[in-house]
Design a protein around this ligand. Structure first.
Ligand code: HEC
Length: 386
């Protein structure tokens, strides 16, 4: 299956070395126009001699140039949210159509640019929703890279964008067998973690969960899931006897925005916590420690919103199949993968985004009076306020 050829492979991540961004040379049009009048034959000769690399993505972007969000941008971003929360994977083309129209109108609209990155990531991550996967699916990875790159340039304050940018680099690098890009992605991921541990230990470690369970990157990704718990619950989490009962009251009083947004459920990710434990359990199972995996899966049931989560049955099945899933998750045999949710790890499944983001009817009821503009402002969603 195509999917297995797209996942990360360890070899692209092994040659970790300090890297600086590869700077390509390009000429801005105006500069080029002036220059070409005075350029001499000798200079042309020199230019040809020094192989000219053309930079095609992620050119200069400045948030100061951002125009006010237009009515169209607001409408199309709402269209994105509605479809994303519904889990309308089949509607992705239409979501991209409208977001692209909004981008065309204003390529500096922060929400539009970031959402284009997220939607391309959604498209490739949950590709097993498709009956047949076209080889052009890989374009979503390239485009996620482009848009997260631009979103990062527009607003380097949002560590979520850097975390996803890092993931897009590692994914694209694995497709194009580009070790330098892979290394850059890994280090961007580490930087994003230093900026927002509670969010990016998960985001970056989640993608590393596709690697071989014996690789150091996989082990690190798993360790980062444990560290998320230390950071979220403000103390060393008891790995021997996992239990979150005593931490649950913290949700109501939490006023640190980084913890409030990454460690609990919200309108953006109504089942973030359940999805987090589902993945962490999967990573433990794949590592062979299925008994610990079951303990971690069980934590999801302690979450107050668990009853509203439409993937309860997925979690239940994980618990009863944990032992047999060790082999399935670590050396998946193509013939055994019939069910794109239950037979594969969350990261490789058709719900790799929806596990946390999909809204059930109960959730919709709970958030029926939700005001996104107000929430965006008070929760400093894009970290625009210092
Ligand atoms: C473990 C749960 C989890 C998974 C899995 C997950 N996310 Fe998220 N996502 C979150 C959390 C938590 C946030 C941050 C909430 C906040 O910023 O307040 C978030 C934020 C987002 C946002 C918000 C952007 C904005 O405008 O504020 C988008 C879009 C998004 N994720 C897309 C995705 C996509 C696409 C995938 C799959 C590749 C995915 N997520 C997988 C938990 C998850």
């Amino acid at each position: 299956m195509l999917k297995s050829s797209i996942i990360l492979n360890s070899s692209t991540l092994t040659s970790i070395q300090a890297l600086t961004f590869q700077e390509n040379h390009y000429f801005e049009k105006s500069f080029y126009n002036t220059m070409k009048k005075i350029i001499s034959l000798l200079a042309i000769y020199l230019l040809i001699g020094c192989s000219i690399a053309v930079k095609t993505i992620n050119q200069k972007k400045v948030l100061d140039t951002t125009k006010e969000s237009s009515a169209l941008g607001t409408l199309y971003n709402k269209y994105f949210w509605d479809n994303f929360h519904e889990g309308n994977y089949d509607n992705i083309d239409s979501v991209l159509y409208y977001l692209s129209a909004s981008y065309y109108e204003n390529p500096n609209d922060l929400e539009t640019v970031a959402h284009l990155g997220f939607v391309h990531m959604w498209a490739i991550s949950e590709m097993s929703n498709l009956k047949t996967v076209s080889p052009t699916i890989i374009d979503h990875s390239t485009l996620a890279l482009k848009y997260f790159g631009e979103a990062y340039k527009l607003n380097p304050n949002d560590p979520r964008v850097l975390g996803f940018f890092a993931d897009a680099k590692m994914m694209t690098a694995s497709i194009s067998d580009d070790k330098k890009l892979s290394t850059q992605g890994y280090f961007d991921g580490k930087k994003s973690i230093s900026q927002w541990k509670q969010f990016n230990y998960f985001t970056v470690g989640y993608v590393l969960g596709q690697l071989h369970e014996e690789s150091w990157q996989y082990k690190k990704g798993l360790e980062w899931q444990w560290k998320t718990l230390d950071k979220c619950y403000c103390e060393k989490f008891d790995r021997e006897n996992p239990d979150i009962e005593k931490y649950l009251p913290m949700e109501k009083t939490e006023d640190n925005l980084k913890r409030k947004r990454a460690c609990w459920n919200s309108w953006i990710a109504p089942h973030n916590v359940e999805g987090f434990y589902l993945n962490m359990g999967d990573m433990l199972v794949k590592s062979g420690d299925w008994k610990k995996g079951v303990q971690i899966y069980n934590l999801a049931k302690q979450v107050p919103q668990y009853e509203n989560w439409i993937y309860k049955s997925v979690l239940e099945k994980r618990i009863t199949s944990a032992e047999e899933n060790v082999k399935k998750f670590s050396q998946p045999e193509k013939s055994e993968i019939n069910d794109p949710i239950n037979d594969v790890m969350l990261i490789n499944s058709s719900i790799s985004c929806m596990a946390c983001h999909k809204m059930s009817s109960g959730d919709k009821e709970m958030y029926k009076d939700f005001d996104w503009n107000n929430y965006k402002d008070i929760s400093n969603i894009y970290w625009l306020k210092k």
